[in-house]
Design a protein around this ligand. Structure first.
Ligand SMILES: C[S@@+](CC[C@H](N)C(=O)[O-])C[C@H]1O[C@@H](n2cnc3c(N)ncnc32)[C@H](O)[C@@H]1O
Length: 334
């Protein structure tokens, strides 16, 4: 089935189920520039995966095995958050195991392409909901783009002030998913990403409106403070939202990149080194929040060699990657 056929089939399965038990609401309309920015992030991951299959293998196997272990013995409704290219999510196995799988991701196009690789039969068990997990990206994008339509060449100061004003009033919202319906929720490498998309989108806009200038928003200290505050808020709300959607006996899986590392490749041996200063990807308090809300019944740490060094010389090579944490969760016994 082609990706557009999948889109049709998924939309009609959504329409069909709306008059039954599962209430559906329409996808919000995101701005085109936001969607292009989101899609290009996933295209980069896809291209890197194609170019580095061997080097991604251990991360993918680790992640898929942990997700299957967390989901072991469960059935009913499964939610996959941030499916994207599905490189580290065992979508086929989950779709076979559960009665229904809801995919939540802001990038519908990439998710449709991923789902289209399933058999026709399994595809009918999947519903894609195109949503921003934080509820902040779209309102900011719409207001910023309206502002730029009225004044396509604002001064740097006016552009920065508008961005700062919008981020200051942004509040992380919970999505319109039913409470307590899911028996399993998988969130794989999304926690640290939720607000990175907003940052990437703002840089995309800046580049579109000031094409021949070097970036200025990125070096605005107040911008950096506000965007990381918003990211902290989204990160600590993520496990709360997952708990809200899970049923009492539900289980969950959250993995996240926790730190960017440099990778020294020498005679096919890899050495993972912390950067100086350290480049943390999540606020440690967000990880603490997960164990406040859930019983973490297994926790693992591994490295994902995401950006291998170029094969241009025989000498030692330096690439980069991430330290990743994966946590298997169950609802706290009261
Ligand atoms: C780094 S990728 C995760 C990798 C993915 N699990 C895979 O197996 O390919 C992050 C995914 O989360 C989605 N995402 C990031 N931030 C989001 C947000 N605020 N709302 C919804 N989806 C988001 C992205 O579109 C992307 O598909």
């Amino acid at each position: 089935m082609s990706a557009s056929a999948v889109s049709q089939s998924l939309r009609s399965s959504q329409d069909h189920s709306s008059d039954e038990t599962r209430k559906e609401t329409a996808d919000p309309r995101f701005t085109e520039i936001l969607l292009r920015a989101v899609y290009s992030e996933n295209r980069v991951i896809r291209n890197n995966l194609t170019a580095n299959r061997g080097k991604y293998k251990s991360h993918r196997i680790k992640s898929k095995n942990l997700i299957l272990e967390a989901a072991n013995g469960l059935s009913g409704e499964c939610i996959v958050i941030g499916l994207g290219n599905g490189m580290d999510v065992p979508l086929k196995r989950l779709t076979k195991q559960f009665d229904h799988v809801t995919v939540i991701d802001i990038d519908r196009e990439t998710c449709e392409a991923t789902v289209s690789k399933l058999s026709d039969n399994l595809q009918t068990k999947v519903t894609i909901k195109q949503r921003d997990l934080t509820g902040t990206l779209d309102p900011i994008a719409k207001k910023l783009e309206t502002f730029l339509e009225q004044d396509p060449k604002p001064t740097h100061a006016n552009f920065c002030n508008k961005v700062l004003e919008l981020i200051r009033i942004a509040i992380v919202q919970r999505l319109d998913l039913p409470e307590g319906e899911a028996s399993f929720i998988c969130s794989s490498l999304v926690l640290s990403q939720q607000i990175s998309l907003l940052h990437f989108y703002i840089l995309t806009l800046e580049n579109k409106f000031y094409p021949s200038e070097t970036t200025f928003i990125n070096s605005n200290p107040e911008y950096n403070v506000l965007i990381s505050e918003l990211a902290n808020q989204a990160q600590s709300d993520h496990p709360k939202h997952i708990r809200y959607w899970l049923n009492e006996k539900g289980k969950g899986y959250i993995s996240t990149t926790v730190e960017k590392v440099s990778v020294l490749e020498s005679n096919d041996r890899l050495a993972f080194r912390r950067m100086n200063p350290p480049r943390l990807m999540v606020n440690p308090s967000a990880i603490g929040k997960i164990s406040e809300i859930f019983d973490v019944f297994k926790k693992e740490m591994w490295y994902w060699y995401s950006h291998p060094a170029r094969e241009s010389c025989d000498c030692d090579k330096i690439g980069s990657g991430f330290r990743v944490h994966g946590m298997l969760l169950e609802t706290k016994k009261t």
